[in-house]
Design a protein. Structure first.
Length: 380
C-alpha cells in the first residue's frame, strides 16, 4: 500500500512537471509571436522617427538610431505582450490599435534600462554595447581619457530621455478615444513614478553594503513588479476601458507576486546563467555588490559561505574561478534552494489570483497562466 501511494505521488509530480513545462513552452510561443507583431510596428515607427530626426540634426538621428539598436537588439517584449493580453482579457477588440499602443511600454523599458546601465556600469546588454559604452567608443579619439566616461554617461542619459518622450508620443497618437488616451498617459507616468523609488533603493543598498529582507522585497516590488507586470496590465485595462476594481485588485496581486519571482529568478540568472543566453556579463551583479535576496540569505546563514560572499561581493577584478566559488557559497548555504522554493510559491500564488478574474478571452487567460510558469523556470 505504501509503495502504491509513493508511486501515485511520483506519478502526480511527474504530470505536474510536464504540465508546467508545457505552460512554459506555450509562454515562449506567445511571447515570440507577439514580439514579431510588435517589432514590425516598432521598426516602422523608428523609420519614421529617423526621417524626422534627419531633418533636425545629425545628433538627433544618432540618438534615434541608438534607441532603435538598443530596443530591437534583443529582449522578449514581455511588457507589451502583457498590455496586449490584459486588453484582450477585458474584452478589447482593436488589435491594430493595441499593438501600436503597446510599443509605449517597450520604449519606457528602453528608457529605464539605458539609465540603469549607466547606474550599474554595465558594458553590454543583449550581446551588444550599452548606449553609454557605444558613445564612449565612438568618442575615444576625440575626447580626453578623463572625460570619456562622463561623455558616454551624459549622452546615454539624454538618449534615454528621448526614448521616454517617444513612449509618450506613441500613446498620445494612438487610435483610442481622447479620454482613454489621457488616462493611459497618466498611467505611464505612474509606472515610471512608482519604479524610480525601487531603483533609488537599489543604489542606496549597494552604497551601504548591507540591507534587510524587507528592503530587498520593497526594491523588487518597485523596480520590477510595478513596471514589468502591474503597470502594463493596468495600462491594458485602461485601454479596454475597464474599471472593475475586483479584477484590478486580483491582477495587482498576481503582478506583485509574479514580479518578485521574476526578479529573484533574474538575480539567480545573473550568477548562474549561460553568458551567451543571458546577453550580458555573468557576475556583473557580484562586481557591483548587488544586495539581492540570494546574497542576503547566504550572509544570514553564516559560516564559510558567508565569508566567501563577504570577500567577493563588490570585487571589481573578479576572476572566473572566484565566480565559481561564489556560486558554491550561495548553493552550500541553502540560499539558492530557498530562493527557488520562494519562486515556486510566488508563482503558485500568482496563478491562484487568476481564478478571481472573468476573462473575456480564453487565450489571454492561458497566456497569464503560462507566463507565471515561464517566469519561474526561464533560463535567460
Amino acid at each position: 500500500m505504501l509503495i502504491c501511494n509513493q508511486l501515485f505521488i511520483i506519478h502526480n509530480q511527474f504530470n505536474l512537471f510536464i504540465l508546467n513545462e508545457n505552460h512554459k513552452e506555450r509562454a515562449k510561443i506567445y511571447l515570440r509571436n507577439y514580439k514579431q507583431k510588435v517589432d514590425r510596428s516598432l521598426t516602422k515607427y523608428f523609420e519614421k522617427k529617423k526621417k524626422q530626426a534627419d531633418k533636425i540634426d545629425p545628433l538627433s538621428l544618432a540618438a534615434v538610431r541608438s534607441i532603435e539598436e538598443f530596443t530591437l537588439s534583443g529582449g522578449k517584449r514581455i511588457r507589451p505582450a502583457v498590455v496586449y493580453y490584459a486588453y484582450l482579457a477585458l474584452g478589447g477588440e482593436n488589435e491594430k490599435a493595441i499593438i501600436e499602443a503597446s510599443m509605449s511600454v517597450e520604449l519606457v523599458h528602453s528608457f529605464l534600462l539605458i539609465h540603469d546601465d549607466v547606474i550599474d556600469r554595465d558594458k553590454s546588454r543583449h550581446g551588444v554595447d550599452t548606449v553609454h559604452e557605444s558613445y564612449r567608443k565612438k568618442a575615444r579619439f576625440a575626447v580626453s581619457k578623463e572625460d570619456l566616461c562622463h561623455f558616454g554617461n551624459s549622452m546615454a542619459i539624454v538618449v534615454g530621455d528621448v526614448a521616454y518622450s517617444m513612449a509618450n508620443e506613441i500613446m498620445f497618437n494612438s487610435a483610442f478615444p481622447a479620454e482613454t488616451i489621457i488616462k493611459a498617459l497618466n498611467k505611464i507616468q505612474q509606472i515610471v513614478y512608482r519604479t524610480i523609488p525601487g531603483e533609488m533603493l537599489d543604489v542606496v543598498m549597494q552604497m551601504r553594503g548591507k540591507t534587510t529582507e524587507n528592503e530587498i522585497m520593497r526594491m523588487y516590488e518597485g523596480k520590477t513588479a510595478r513596471y514589468t507586470f502591474e503597470g502594463p496590465i493596468h495600462l491594458g485595462m485602461v485601454l479596454a476601458q475597464s474599471e472593475d476594481q475586483k479584477i484590478l485588485q486580483a491582477f495587482s496581486q498576481y503582478s506583485l507576486d509574479l514580479g518578485i519571482a521574476f526578479q529573484i529568478r533574474d538575480d539567480i540568472l545573473g550568477i548562474f546563467a549561460d553568458e551567451q543566453k543571458l546577453g550580458k556579463d555573468v557576475g556583473s551583479d557580484i562586481i557591483e555588490g548587488k544586495q539581492t535576496l540570494l546574497v542576503f540569505k547566504t550572509l544570514k546563514a553564516g559560516g564559510s559561505s558567508a565569508l566567501v560572499v563577504k570577500k567577493l561581493l563588490g570585487k571589481k577584478n573578479i576572476k572566473k574561478k572566484e565566480i565559481e566559488e561564489f556560486r558554491r557559497a550561495v548553493t552550500d548555504s541553502g540560499a539558492l534552494a530557498y530562493c527557488n522554493q520562494l519562486i515556486a510559491d510566488l508563482t503558485d500564488r500568482a496563478v491562484a489570483q487568476l481564478e478571481k478574474i472573468d476573462f473575456k478571452n480564453k487565450e489571454a487567460k492561458d497566456f497569464f497562466i503560462s507566463l507565471a510558469e515561464y517566469v519561474g523556470r526561464r533560463d535567460y
